[in-house]
Write a protein that binds this ligand. Structure first.
Ligand SMILES: [Zn+2]
Length: 459
């Protein structure tokens, strides 16, 4: 029988912290690395990851087909020679090799020699997409998440409510591990409003002096409304000191009187980038990632300053590699320069929507999230919206539905104003309709879904 190895055998924590310094000391060392140090670290780690990924059948097969030799990486730009893959390639891998696909760098059989965890994503339609995490991957992933939470204002010793959904998805669990193991926070895992009712969440936050409530921005704003219904002031009675929530920045900031520092990550790799107090872009944790931006249609790498799809290569894992994963989230990479905070770490723009939601409308690329931002600026329109692509005759059309609390008699004129704003910015005709507040909830999943749905393709 194989000797049972527990976390302390599987992970050399001294080595791990040398390679990936945790918060708060990270911000006094690797955060301030000069460009040569940043890039030397990246290149050495990239070469090591290429060697490791080449042992995984998914990568070996695709690299052989594309004629890519992992030993050929002599500079960071050589990375662009490796073929990218998208979620469609992952789905095909699972279909051909159920249930784990052939992209995992670990297998369940390895669990005796190293504790493993399994999380899945997707799955509302079709098979869920599994990722196996080694003990090392869990620790580094949590450490990276903890760096982001620290920068966003969470401090050791804080009581923090984790109101994310504890499920098959990694999200709530990695937050939990980051807070507990790498920030010494006292975590109260309430789960979502379905698990712990909103009033109870507020009562617990006040009773234990919670400094942050981790959840979506939408649910946190709902909690603020609940607090007001209970006769409480969200600013002073809740007394939060950090807003690590993803959502409507302006409303969150005015409701709680705190800055929102944006961050970016996804479940296979955890936290990739976070804003510093300067709020001029999200610094990428470059000791753990290489971020490229590519053209959504052609996959060609784009120059700094141009918006495209994010391609991620992680530099820290020992289990399932992510090596040029085109995640199809939209962002822009900024030219490398020294930030006023002192860091040379490259910055990227906040998440700007989904590349695979792109609709080509009479030759113009249209992203639903971008339409949402345009209509929210029209006076009388709330920030609640839903975009539908559909066929009319033999043409593709887009209709944007927006919610407004104006009288129904004014909805026609307001719809015209929304359509005009869309045409002015996008340059093609887009339909608009105005509905009452709450009418879009069944479409967006507000109140029930962790991530709101803003787009449906009915073509
Ligand atoms: Zn900065």
């Amino acid at each position: 029988m194989t000797e049972l190895r527990r976390v302390r055998h599987a992970v050399d924590f001294d080595d791990l912290e040398r390679r990936f310094p945790p918060a708060p000391e990270y911000f006094d060392n690797a955060w301030l690395d000069d460009v040569a140090t940043i890039e030397a670290k990246q290149l050495a780690r990239l070469q090591a990851r290429a060697t490791e990924a080449a042992r995984v059948p998914f990568f070996a097969r695709r690299w052989a087909d594309a004629g890519f030799d992992p030993a050929s990486i002599g500079s960071l730009t050589d990375l662009a020679a490796a073929p990218m893959y998208t979620v469609d390639d992952i789905r095909a891998s699972i279909e051909a090799n159920p249930p784990f696909g052939d992209y995992q760098g670990a297998s369940v059989a390895d669990a005796a020699t190293e504790p493993l965890r399994l999380f899945t994503s997707g799955g509302t339609t079709g098979r869920s997409r599994p990722t196996l995490y080694t003990a090392w991957d869990r620790e580094v992933g949590a450490l990276l998440t903890a760096r982001a939470l620290y920068l966003q204002g969470i401090r050791p010793g804080d009581v923090v409510i984790n109101a994310w959904a504890y499920s098959t998805h990694n999200g709530a669990h990695i937050m939990d591990e980051a807070l507990h193991k790498w920030l010494n926070c006292v975590v109260l895992s309430t789960g979502t409003g379905n698990v712990t009712p909103s009033r109870k969440q507020i009562e617990l936050a006040i009773e234990y002096g919670a400094k942050a409530i981790l959840t979506t921005g939408d649910y946190l704003l709902h909690l603020a409304d609940t607090a007001k219904e209970m006769g409480l002031d969200p600013k002073t009675d809740l007394a939060l000191t950090a807003l690590p929530n993803i959502g409507d920045t302006e409303r969150l900031e005015s409701t709680f009187g705190l800055p929102v520092l944006q961050s970016y990550g996804f479940h296979e790799v955890q936290w990739v980038a976070v804003e510093c107090a300067e709020k001029t872009g999200l610094h990428i944790f470059e000791d753990a990632f290489v971020v490229e931006i590519v053209d959504v249609d052609t996959g060609e790498p784009l120059p700094d300053g141009e918006q495209g799809a994010i391609v991620i290569t992680e530099l820290y894992k020992t289990g399932s590699p992510q090596f040029r994963y085109n995640i199809m989230d939209l962002s822009t990479r900024y030219p490398r320069e020294r930030c006023a905070c002192g860091s040379w770490l490259r910055k990227m723009a906040p998440f700007a929507g989904r590349g695979d939601n792109m609709v080509k409308l009479r030759g113009v690329n249209v992203w639903p999230e971008a339409l949402g931002a345009i209509v929210a600026d029209v006076p009388g329109v709330s920030d609640d919206y839903f975009v539908r692509a559909h066929r009319s005759g033999n043409r593709d059309e887009i209709t944007v539905s927006v919610a407004s609390d104006t009288p129904a008699a004014e909805h026609g004129a307001l719809a015209d104003a929304v359509a005009k704003a869309l045409h002015d910015v996008v340059g093609v005709k887009i339909g608009a309709e105005v509905v009452a507040p709450g009418a879009l909830d069944p479409l967006t999943g507000f109140g029930t879904a962790a991530k709101l749905v803003r787009f449906r393709d009915d073509r």
